[in-house]
Design a protein around this ligand. Structure first.
Ligand code: PLP
Length: 407
Protein backbone atom coordinates (compact mmCIF):
# COMPACT_ATOMS: atom_id res chain seq x y z
CA UNK A 1 0.00 0.00 0.00
CA UNK A 2 1.27 3.46 -0.90
CA UNK A 3 0.90 5.31 2.37
CA UNK A 4 1.81 8.59 0.67
CA UNK A 5 -1.54 8.55 -1.16
CA UNK A 6 -3.60 7.57 1.87
CA UNK A 7 -5.95 10.50 2.47
CA UNK A 8 -3.64 13.10 0.96
CA UNK A 9 -6.38 15.71 1.29
CA UNK A 10 -8.47 15.79 4.38
CA UNK A 11 -11.51 17.97 3.68
CA UNK A 12 -13.92 18.03 0.74
CA UNK A 13 -13.25 21.69 -0.01
CA UNK A 14 -9.68 20.90 -0.98
CA UNK A 15 -11.07 19.11 -4.03
CA UNK A 16 -12.82 20.56 -7.05
CA UNK A 17 -15.67 18.81 -8.85
CA UNK A 18 -13.23 18.12 -11.68
CA UNK A 19 -10.62 16.59 -9.32
CA UNK A 20 -13.13 14.06 -8.03
CA UNK A 21 -14.37 13.24 -11.51
CA UNK A 22 -10.81 12.62 -12.62
CA UNK A 23 -10.48 10.19 -9.70
CA UNK A 24 -13.79 8.57 -10.68
CA UNK A 25 -12.50 8.08 -14.22
CA UNK A 26 -9.27 6.62 -12.89
CA UNK A 27 -10.44 4.39 -10.02
CA UNK A 28 -14.14 3.55 -10.21
CA UNK A 29 -15.78 0.88 -12.35
CA UNK A 30 -17.60 2.89 -15.01
CA UNK A 31 -21.05 1.63 -14.06
CA UNK A 32 -22.78 4.98 -13.68
CA UNK A 33 -22.66 7.82 -16.16
CA UNK A 34 -22.37 10.52 -13.54
CA UNK A 35 -23.39 14.15 -13.52
CA UNK A 36 -20.37 16.47 -13.39
CA UNK A 37 -20.63 17.46 -9.73
CA UNK A 38 -19.37 15.97 -6.46
CA UNK A 39 -21.57 16.46 -3.44
CA UNK A 40 -20.17 17.26 -0.03
CA UNK A 41 -22.99 18.32 2.25
CA UNK A 42 -26.74 17.99 2.65
CA UNK A 43 -29.25 19.64 4.94
CA UNK A 44 -32.98 19.09 4.65
CA UNK A 45 -33.84 19.29 0.97
CA UNK A 46 -30.68 21.06 -0.14
CA UNK A 47 -27.23 19.73 -0.99
CA UNK A 48 -23.95 21.49 -1.78
CA UNK A 49 -21.15 20.42 -4.07
CA UNK A 50 -17.49 20.48 -3.10
CA UNK A 51 -17.15 23.96 -4.60
CA UNK A 52 -20.00 25.30 -2.48
CA UNK A 53 -22.73 25.46 -5.13
CA UNK A 54 -26.16 24.73 -3.69
CA UNK A 55 -28.82 22.48 -5.25
CA UNK A 56 -32.43 21.74 -4.36
CA UNK A 57 -32.65 17.97 -4.12
CA UNK A 58 -35.68 16.67 -6.01
CA UNK A 59 -34.08 13.22 -6.25
CA UNK A 60 -33.29 12.55 -2.56
CA UNK A 61 -30.70 9.90 -3.32
CA UNK A 62 -33.29 8.20 -5.60
CA UNK A 63 -36.22 8.23 -3.18
CA UNK A 64 -34.09 7.50 -0.14
CA UNK A 65 -33.80 10.65 1.99
CA UNK A 66 -37.53 10.78 2.75
CA UNK A 67 -37.08 12.87 5.92
CA UNK A 68 -34.43 15.09 4.29
CA UNK A 69 -30.66 15.08 4.56
CA UNK A 70 -29.15 14.88 8.03
CA UNK A 71 -32.45 15.16 9.88
CA UNK A 72 -31.35 16.02 13.45
CA UNK A 73 -33.30 13.12 14.97
CA UNK A 74 -31.83 10.60 12.57
CA UNK A 75 -28.33 12.01 13.06
CA UNK A 76 -28.74 11.87 16.85
CA UNK A 77 -30.00 8.28 16.71
CA UNK A 78 -27.07 7.23 14.50
CA UNK A 79 -24.55 9.02 16.73
CA UNK A 80 -25.96 7.51 19.90
CA UNK A 81 -26.09 4.02 18.44
CA UNK A 82 -22.60 4.31 16.93
CA UNK A 83 -21.23 5.14 20.36
CA UNK A 84 -23.06 2.23 21.93
CA UNK A 85 -22.92 -0.67 19.45
CA UNK A 86 -22.59 -0.67 15.66
CA UNK A 87 -22.58 -4.32 14.71
CA UNK A 88 -23.03 -7.70 16.39
CA UNK A 89 -23.89 -10.32 13.68
CA UNK A 90 -27.25 -12.05 13.57
CA UNK A 91 -26.19 -14.66 16.13
CA UNK A 92 -27.56 -12.19 18.68
CA UNK A 93 -30.55 -9.87 18.80
CA UNK A 94 -30.46 -6.19 19.68
CA UNK A 95 -32.94 -3.62 20.95
CA UNK A 96 -33.04 -1.59 17.69
CA UNK A 97 -33.52 -4.72 15.55
CA UNK A 98 -36.38 -6.05 17.63
CA UNK A 99 -38.07 -2.66 17.97
CA UNK A 100 -37.83 -2.09 14.22
CA UNK A 101 -39.19 -5.57 13.50
CA UNK A 102 -42.15 -4.92 15.80
CA UNK A 103 -42.83 -1.50 14.23
CA UNK A 104 -42.78 -2.80 10.66
CA UNK A 105 -44.98 -5.77 11.50
CA UNK A 106 -47.49 -3.41 13.12
CA UNK A 107 -47.39 -0.87 10.30
CA UNK A 108 -47.71 -3.45 7.51
CA UNK A 109 -50.13 -5.95 9.03
CA UNK A 110 -47.75 -8.74 7.97
CA UNK A 111 -46.34 -11.25 10.43
CA UNK A 112 -42.53 -11.35 10.33
CA UNK A 113 -39.55 -9.52 8.96
CA UNK A 114 -36.00 -10.21 7.82
CA UNK A 115 -33.51 -7.38 7.45
CA UNK A 116 -30.92 -7.18 4.69
CA UNK A 117 -28.87 -4.40 3.12
CA UNK A 118 -30.48 -3.32 -0.14
CA UNK A 119 -33.49 -3.54 -2.38
CA UNK A 120 -32.13 -6.21 -4.67
CA UNK A 121 -31.17 -8.33 -1.69
CA UNK A 122 -34.70 -7.99 -0.29
CA UNK A 123 -36.09 -9.23 -3.61
CA UNK A 124 -33.65 -12.14 -3.73
CA UNK A 125 -34.78 -13.18 -0.24
CA UNK A 126 -38.44 -12.76 -1.15
CA UNK A 127 -37.95 -15.05 -4.17
CA UNK A 128 -36.38 -17.69 -1.93
CA UNK A 129 -39.26 -17.57 0.57
CA UNK A 130 -41.83 -17.76 -2.25
CA UNK A 131 -40.04 -20.67 -3.92
CA UNK A 132 -39.81 -22.65 -0.71
CA UNK A 133 -43.52 -22.08 -0.12
CA UNK A 134 -44.34 -23.25 -3.65
CA UNK A 135 -42.11 -26.33 -3.38
CA UNK A 136 -43.80 -27.31 -0.13
CA UNK A 137 -47.08 -27.34 -2.04
CA UNK A 138 -45.52 -29.55 -4.70
CA UNK A 139 -45.33 -26.70 -7.23
CA UNK A 140 -42.57 -25.34 -9.43
CA UNK A 141 -40.54 -22.24 -8.67
CA UNK A 142 -41.05 -19.77 -11.51
CA UNK A 143 -41.34 -16.13 -10.50
CA UNK A 144 -43.44 -13.89 -12.76
CA UNK A 145 -42.65 -10.20 -13.14
CA UNK A 146 -44.04 -7.54 -15.45
CA UNK A 147 -42.79 -5.49 -18.38
CA UNK A 148 -41.22 -2.24 -17.24
CA UNK A 149 -40.37 -3.70 -13.83
CA UNK A 150 -37.14 -3.01 -12.02
CA UNK A 151 -36.23 -5.15 -9.04
CA UNK A 152 -32.46 -4.67 -8.86
CA UNK A 153 -29.12 -5.48 -10.45
CA UNK A 154 -28.16 -8.86 -9.01
CA UNK A 155 -28.40 -11.88 -11.29
CA UNK A 156 -31.83 -13.04 -10.12
CA UNK A 157 -33.25 -9.53 -10.14
CA UNK A 158 -31.97 -8.72 -13.65
CA UNK A 159 -33.66 -11.95 -14.72
CA UNK A 160 -36.94 -10.15 -13.89
CA UNK A 161 -35.93 -6.96 -15.72
CA UNK A 162 -35.36 -5.50 -19.16
CA UNK A 163 -33.46 -7.71 -21.63
CA UNK A 164 -30.97 -4.83 -22.10
CA UNK A 165 -29.84 -5.19 -18.46
CA UNK A 166 -29.12 -8.87 -19.04
CA UNK A 167 -26.88 -8.32 -22.07
CA UNK A 168 -23.43 -9.76 -21.52
CA UNK A 169 -24.23 -11.38 -18.19
CA UNK A 170 -25.50 -14.79 -19.25
CA UNK A 171 -26.29 -17.41 -18.32
CA UNK A 172 -29.21 -15.61 -16.73
CA UNK A 173 -30.80 -17.64 -13.91
CA UNK A 174 -33.75 -19.76 -14.95
CA UNK A 175 -37.19 -19.62 -13.40
CA UNK A 176 -38.10 -16.00 -14.13
CA UNK A 177 -40.67 -14.85 -16.66
CA UNK A 178 -42.08 -11.51 -17.72
CA UNK A 179 -45.67 -10.76 -18.66
CA UNK A 180 -47.43 -7.56 -19.79
CA UNK A 181 -48.03 -5.06 -16.97
CA UNK A 182 -51.64 -4.34 -15.94
CA UNK A 183 -52.94 -7.33 -17.92
CA UNK A 184 -54.61 -9.94 -15.75
CA UNK A 185 -55.76 -12.00 -18.75
CA UNK A 186 -52.13 -12.59 -19.79
CA UNK A 187 -51.32 -13.85 -16.30
CA UNK A 188 -54.36 -16.14 -16.22
CA UNK A 189 -53.33 -17.54 -19.59
CA UNK A 190 -49.76 -18.12 -18.39
CA UNK A 191 -50.78 -19.98 -15.24
CA UNK A 192 -49.36 -23.42 -14.62
CA UNK A 193 -48.35 -25.43 -11.56
CA UNK A 194 -44.90 -23.99 -12.13
CA UNK A 195 -45.94 -20.47 -11.01
CA UNK A 196 -44.52 -19.80 -7.55
CA UNK A 197 -44.96 -16.06 -7.23
CA UNK A 198 -45.94 -12.84 -8.89
CA UNK A 199 -43.82 -9.78 -8.12
CA UNK A 200 -45.12 -6.29 -8.82
CA UNK A 201 -44.28 -2.68 -8.02
CA UNK A 202 -47.51 -0.86 -7.06
CA UNK A 203 -46.00 2.07 -8.96
CA UNK A 204 -43.12 1.18 -11.27
CA UNK A 205 -40.26 3.50 -10.38
CA UNK A 206 -37.44 2.95 -12.83
CA UNK A 207 -40.07 1.97 -15.41
CA UNK A 208 -41.22 5.59 -15.52
CA UNK A 209 -43.38 6.23 -12.43
CA UNK A 210 -46.00 4.00 -14.00
CA UNK A 211 -48.82 3.00 -11.64
CA UNK A 212 -50.32 -0.46 -11.54
CA UNK A 213 -54.08 -0.09 -11.96
CA UNK A 214 -55.94 -0.51 -8.68
CA UNK A 215 -58.17 -3.08 -10.34
CA UNK A 216 -55.10 -5.01 -11.57
CA UNK A 217 -53.63 -5.19 -8.05
CA UNK A 218 -56.96 -6.43 -6.67
CA UNK A 219 -57.25 -8.98 -9.47
CA UNK A 220 -53.71 -10.13 -8.71
CA UNK A 221 -54.74 -10.77 -5.10
CA UNK A 222 -57.74 -12.87 -6.16
CA UNK A 223 -55.71 -14.68 -8.82
CA UNK A 224 -52.97 -15.59 -6.33
CA UNK A 225 -55.46 -16.60 -3.61
CA UNK A 226 -57.29 -18.92 -5.96
CA UNK A 227 -54.11 -20.70 -7.04
CA UNK A 228 -51.86 -20.64 -3.98
CA UNK A 229 -49.37 -18.32 -5.72
CA UNK A 230 -47.39 -15.89 -3.53
CA UNK A 231 -48.02 -12.21 -4.20
CA UNK A 232 -44.95 -10.02 -3.66
CA UNK A 233 -45.26 -6.25 -3.62
CA UNK A 234 -41.91 -4.65 -4.30
CA UNK A 235 -42.23 -1.46 -2.26
CA UNK A 236 -38.52 -0.69 -2.30
CA UNK A 237 -39.29 2.66 -3.93
CA UNK A 238 -42.94 3.21 -2.99
CA UNK A 239 -42.61 2.23 0.68
CA UNK A 240 -41.86 4.20 3.86
CA UNK A 241 -44.17 7.12 3.12
CA UNK A 242 -43.06 7.98 -0.41
CA UNK A 243 -46.57 7.85 -1.89
CA UNK A 244 -48.30 9.44 1.10
CA UNK A 245 -49.07 6.17 2.90
CA UNK A 246 -46.69 3.91 4.82
CA UNK A 247 -46.93 1.51 1.89
CA UNK A 248 -48.51 2.01 -1.54
CA UNK A 249 -50.58 -1.13 -0.87
CA UNK A 250 -52.52 0.92 1.70
CA UNK A 251 -54.00 3.13 -1.04
CA UNK A 252 -55.48 0.13 -2.85
CA UNK A 253 -56.20 -1.96 0.23
CA UNK A 254 -54.56 -5.05 -1.12
CA UNK A 255 -52.54 -7.11 1.33
CA UNK A 256 -49.70 -8.97 -0.40
CA UNK A 257 -48.05 -12.07 1.04
CA UNK A 258 -44.63 -10.41 0.98
CA UNK A 259 -43.47 -6.79 0.90
CA UNK A 260 -39.91 -5.78 0.09
CA UNK A 261 -38.51 -2.49 1.40
CA UNK A 262 -35.20 -0.64 1.26
CA UNK A 263 -34.45 2.90 -0.03
CA UNK A 264 -36.29 5.25 2.39
CA UNK A 265 -36.18 2.89 5.34
CA UNK A 266 -32.82 3.93 6.80
CA UNK A 267 -32.54 7.53 5.54
CA UNK A 268 -29.48 6.44 3.58
CA UNK A 269 -27.96 4.00 6.06
CA UNK A 270 -28.19 0.79 4.00
CA UNK A 271 -31.05 -1.44 5.12
CA UNK A 272 -33.60 -3.57 3.30
CA UNK A 273 -36.47 -5.64 4.63
CA UNK A 274 -38.55 -8.64 3.63
CA UNK A 275 -41.95 -8.69 5.33
CA UNK A 276 -43.95 -11.92 5.15
CA UNK A 277 -47.39 -13.03 6.27
CA UNK A 278 -47.84 -16.05 8.53
CA UNK A 279 -48.36 -18.48 5.67
CA UNK A 280 -45.09 -17.61 3.95
CA UNK A 281 -43.12 -17.13 7.17
CA UNK A 282 -44.04 -20.65 8.21
CA UNK A 283 -41.89 -22.29 5.52
CA UNK A 284 -38.64 -20.67 6.66
CA UNK A 285 -36.44 -22.62 9.01
CA UNK A 286 -33.08 -22.10 10.72
CA UNK A 287 -30.29 -21.94 8.16
CA UNK A 288 -32.52 -21.14 5.18
CA UNK A 289 -31.28 -17.58 4.76
CA UNK A 290 -28.83 -15.19 6.32
CA UNK A 291 -26.72 -12.06 6.18
CA UNK A 292 -23.74 -10.64 8.04
CA UNK A 293 -24.66 -6.96 8.12
CA UNK A 294 -28.43 -7.06 7.59
CA UNK A 295 -30.37 -5.43 10.42
CA UNK A 296 -27.38 -4.42 12.47
CA UNK A 297 -28.02 -2.07 15.40
CA UNK A 298 -26.77 1.03 13.56
CA UNK A 299 -28.97 0.55 10.50
CA UNK A 300 -32.00 -0.35 12.63
CA UNK A 301 -31.51 2.70 14.86
CA UNK A 302 -31.45 4.91 11.74
CA UNK A 303 -34.62 3.22 10.46
CA UNK A 304 -36.43 3.54 13.79
CA UNK A 305 -35.61 7.26 13.89
CA UNK A 306 -36.80 7.63 10.28
CA UNK A 307 -40.16 6.00 11.06
CA UNK A 308 -40.49 8.17 14.19
CA UNK A 309 -39.89 11.37 12.21
CA UNK A 310 -42.41 10.37 9.52
CA UNK A 311 -44.97 9.69 12.23
CA UNK A 312 -44.28 12.67 14.51
CA UNK A 313 -44.02 15.20 11.70
CA UNK A 314 -47.08 13.75 9.95
CA UNK A 315 -45.15 13.38 6.71
CA UNK A 316 -47.63 10.98 5.11
CA UNK A 317 -50.23 13.76 4.96
CA UNK A 318 -47.55 16.23 3.86
CA UNK A 319 -46.46 13.94 1.02
CA UNK A 320 -50.06 13.60 -0.13
CA UNK A 321 -50.81 17.33 -0.11
CA UNK A 322 -47.46 18.46 -1.54
CA UNK A 323 -47.65 15.83 -4.27
CA UNK A 324 -51.18 16.79 -5.19
CA UNK A 325 -50.23 20.47 -5.32
CA UNK A 326 -47.09 19.84 -7.41
CA UNK A 327 -48.89 17.68 -9.95
CA UNK A 328 -51.76 20.13 -10.37
CA UNK A 329 -49.40 23.11 -10.72
CA UNK A 330 -47.40 21.36 -13.45
CA UNK A 331 -50.58 20.24 -15.25
CA UNK A 332 -51.88 23.81 -15.28
CA UNK A 333 -48.97 24.97 -17.43
CA UNK A 334 -50.37 22.95 -20.32
CA UNK A 335 -46.99 22.94 -22.02
CA UNK A 336 -46.79 21.17 -25.39
CA UNK A 337 -43.74 19.17 -24.26
CA UNK A 338 -45.65 17.55 -21.39
CA UNK A 339 -47.63 14.46 -22.22
CA UNK A 340 -48.83 13.56 -18.74
CA UNK A 341 -48.09 14.19 -15.06
CA UNK A 342 -48.53 11.06 -12.96
CA UNK A 343 -47.65 9.43 -9.67
CA UNK A 344 -48.82 9.46 -6.09
CA UNK A 345 -47.68 11.43 -3.06
CA UNK A 346 -44.15 12.63 -3.69
CA UNK A 347 -43.35 10.04 -6.34
CA UNK A 348 -43.98 12.07 -9.45
CA UNK A 349 -43.31 11.44 -13.12
CA UNK A 350 -43.56 14.26 -15.64
CA UNK A 351 -43.92 12.36 -18.90
CA UNK A 352 -42.43 14.31 -21.79
CA UNK A 353 -42.88 13.94 -25.51
CA UNK A 354 -39.07 13.86 -25.84
CA UNK A 355 -36.13 12.57 -23.83
CA UNK A 356 -36.03 13.97 -20.29
CA UNK A 357 -32.24 13.83 -20.18
CA UNK A 358 -31.55 17.34 -21.58
CA UNK A 359 -34.13 18.71 -19.12
CA UNK A 360 -32.31 17.03 -16.22
CA UNK A 361 -29.02 18.57 -17.37
CA UNK A 362 -30.55 22.04 -17.63
CA UNK A 363 -32.10 21.69 -14.18
CA UNK A 364 -28.74 20.65 -12.78
CA UNK A 365 -27.06 23.71 -14.30
CA UNK A 366 -29.74 25.83 -12.60
CA UNK A 367 -29.30 24.20 -9.22
CA UNK A 368 -31.88 21.40 -9.14
CA UNK A 369 -31.22 17.66 -8.87
CA UNK A 370 -33.72 15.35 -10.60
CA UNK A 371 -33.44 12.41 -12.94
CA UNK A 372 -34.84 10.83 -16.06
CA UNK A 373 -36.35 7.33 -16.04
CA UNK A 374 -37.59 5.32 -18.98
CA UNK A 375 -35.88 8.01 -21.11
CA UNK A 376 -38.81 10.45 -21.37
CA UNK A 377 -39.99 10.66 -17.76
CA UNK A 378 -38.68 13.38 -15.46
CA UNK A 379 -38.79 11.83 -12.00
CA UNK A 380 -39.33 14.04 -8.96
CA UNK A 381 -38.93 12.24 -5.60
CA UNK A 382 -37.87 14.95 -3.12
CA UNK A 383 -37.76 14.58 0.67
CA UNK A 384 -41.34 14.32 1.98
CA UNK A 385 -40.79 17.39 4.18
CA UNK A 386 -39.41 19.66 1.46
CA UNK A 387 -40.51 23.23 2.29
CA UNK A 388 -43.12 24.81 0.02
CA UNK A 389 -40.74 27.73 -0.69
CA UNK A 390 -38.21 25.33 -2.25
CA UNK A 391 -40.91 23.64 -4.30
CA UNK A 392 -41.99 27.04 -5.58
CA UNK A 393 -38.41 27.71 -6.63
CA UNK A 394 -38.31 24.32 -8.37
CA UNK A 395 -41.59 25.00 -10.18
CA UNK A 396 -40.38 28.39 -11.44
CA UNK A 397 -37.18 26.90 -12.82
CA UNK A 398 -38.87 23.79 -14.20
CA UNK A 399 -41.45 25.87 -16.01
CA UNK A 400 -38.70 27.96 -17.61
CA UNK A 401 -36.70 24.90 -18.65
CA UNK A 402 -39.70 23.04 -20.07
CA UNK A 403 -40.93 26.16 -21.85
CA UNK A 404 -37.52 26.67 -23.45
CA UNK A 405 -37.43 23.01 -24.48
CA UNK A 406 -41.03 22.95 -25.77
CA UNK A 407 -41.47 22.62 -29.54
N1 PLP B 1 -36.92 -2.58 -6.42
C1 PLP B 1 -37.31 -1.35 -6.81
C2 PLP B 1 -38.76 -1.08 -7.03
C3 PLP B 1 -36.36 -0.35 -7.00
O1 PLP B 1 -36.76 0.86 -7.41
C4 PLP B 1 -35.00 -0.64 -6.79
C5 PLP B 1 -33.96 0.37 -7.01
O2 PLP B 1 -34.16 1.35 -7.68
C6 PLP B 1 -34.65 -1.94 -6.38
C7 PLP B 1 -35.64 -2.88 -6.20
C8 PLP B 1 -33.23 -2.29 -6.13
O3 PLP B 1 -32.80 -1.67 -4.97
P1 PLP B 1 -31.23 -1.56 -4.65
O4 PLP B 1 -30.68 -0.58 -5.64
O5 PLP B 1 -31.19 -1.05 -3.24
O6 PLP B 1 -30.66 -2.92 -4.79
Amino acid sequence: MQTSTLNPKSTPDTYTNADLHAMDARYYLPTFKRYPIALAKGQGSEVWDVEGKRYIDMLAGIAVSNVGHSHPEVVAAIQKQAEQLIHISNFYVSVPQMELAEQLVNLSGLARVFFCNSGAEALEGAFKVARKYAHQQGKGGTIYAFTGAFHGRTLATIATGKPAMQQGFGPIPEGFKTLPFNDIAALEKAYSEDMAAVVVEPIQGEGGVRPAHTEFLRQLRSFCDARGVALIFDEVQTGVGRTGAWFAKDHVQVQPDIITLAKGLGSGVPIGAILCNDKLSAVIDYGDHGTTFGGNPLACAAALATLRVIHNEELLATARSQGHWLRSEIRQWQLPLIEEVRGQGLMIGVVLKASAKPVVEKLLARGILANATADNVLRLVPPLNIPRALLTEVLDTLKQVLTEASP
